[in-house]
Design a protein around this ligand. Structure first.
Ligand code: 48F
Length: 254
């Protein structure tokens, strides 16, 4: 068989256009593909919820690839070890209650779990605004290609509808800030200093629907709540992603 370049191009454009059309209306849109977003998306989709994960960069994984200061290892505490096991991420106990895992394996296996569960990924897409109508609820997201955002070209965005949005954008809590910036009643207290024990203990409690239709998870949850940061211990990210999925599933009555 002689390979035809145009057939290859047609296959890609036809399939991704079909998927984009289908996912312009979803149950949950997770913004950000770091550890909390990947966990949340995987657990929502596992329950049959139509889930899109929108990631600004070329690849998912967020701040997990780099482990601690580019040493590609992460630490997970006892409370979250069951999630490493659940996703098939190998770990070893370094000291009582401190488990070590490869950051690369962690990203790969969380991503694989999300793929297996049926999450659709929209990489190189940035969320630049939200849809909010008279009901005062976040009802959709305004999206554009990241290269458009990066180059500052004047290209209008497109819009997708979602019943829930999950802000998993990390330290910047981008979606929460967009709402606050335009006058939404969403106080953002801002992230505090490094204090791993406290930050990890509090993060699940901060993972909540902080504005109608908007759930915050991961570092975005701590940033909105005025909570501390924790550095390269990732148990809280996984537990927060799990909690965000719980909040969304409850809200959807699943
Ligand atoms: O920062 P990130 O990994 O978020 P996280 O799940 O995890 C935090 C940890 O990595 C680490 C830590 C743990 O101890 O403190 O920092 O809270 O991933 C956030 C993702 O969101 C994407 C961004 O590219 C990154 O991959 N993102 C940010 N803004 C947007 C976005 C946006 N406007 N649209 C789409 N994606």
């Amino acid at each position: 068989m002689e390979l035809d370049e145009v057939t290859i191009s047609r296959a890609i454009v036809a399939e991704q256009s079909r998927i984009l059309l289908e996912y312009l209306d979803v149950d949950v849109a997770v913004v950000g593909g770091g550890p909390s977003g990947l966990t949340c998306a995987a657990l929502c989709a596992e329950k049959g919820v139509k889930t899109a994960l929108i990631e600004r960069k070329l690849s998912v994984g967020g701040g997990m690839w780099g482990g601690g200061m580019m040493f590609p290892r992460i630490v997970v505490q006892e409370e979250a070890r069951r999630l490493l096991d659940r996703f098939g991420i190998a770990s070893s106990e370094y000291a009582p209650g401190y488990y070590l895992a490869s950051s690369v394996e962690s990203v790969a296996k969380l991503t694989a779990a999300a793929c297996n569960a049926g999450v659709e990924f929209f990489t190189l897409v940035s969320v630049e605004d939200v849809v909010m109508k008279g009901d005062g609820r976040v009802g959709g997201l305004v999206i554009n290609w990241t290269p458009v955002e990066m180059t500052g070209m004047h290209v209008d965005p497109l819009t997708l509808a979602c019943r829930y949005t999950v802000d998993a954008t990390g330290h910047d809590a981008m979606i929460a800030h967009m709402i606050a910036h335009k006058g939404g009643d969403l106080p953002i207290r801002g992230e505090r200093f490094m204090w791993a024990d406290r930050a990890e203990a509090q993060i699940v409690g901060h993972t909540a629907e902080v504005f109608p239709g908007l759930v915050v998870t991961g570092m975005a949850a701590n940033a909105v709540a005025g909570e501390y940061r924790m550095g390269p211990i990732f148990g809280g990210m996984l537990l927060s992603g799990e909690q965000a999925a719980r909040v969304v599933l409850d809200g959807l009555g699943r």
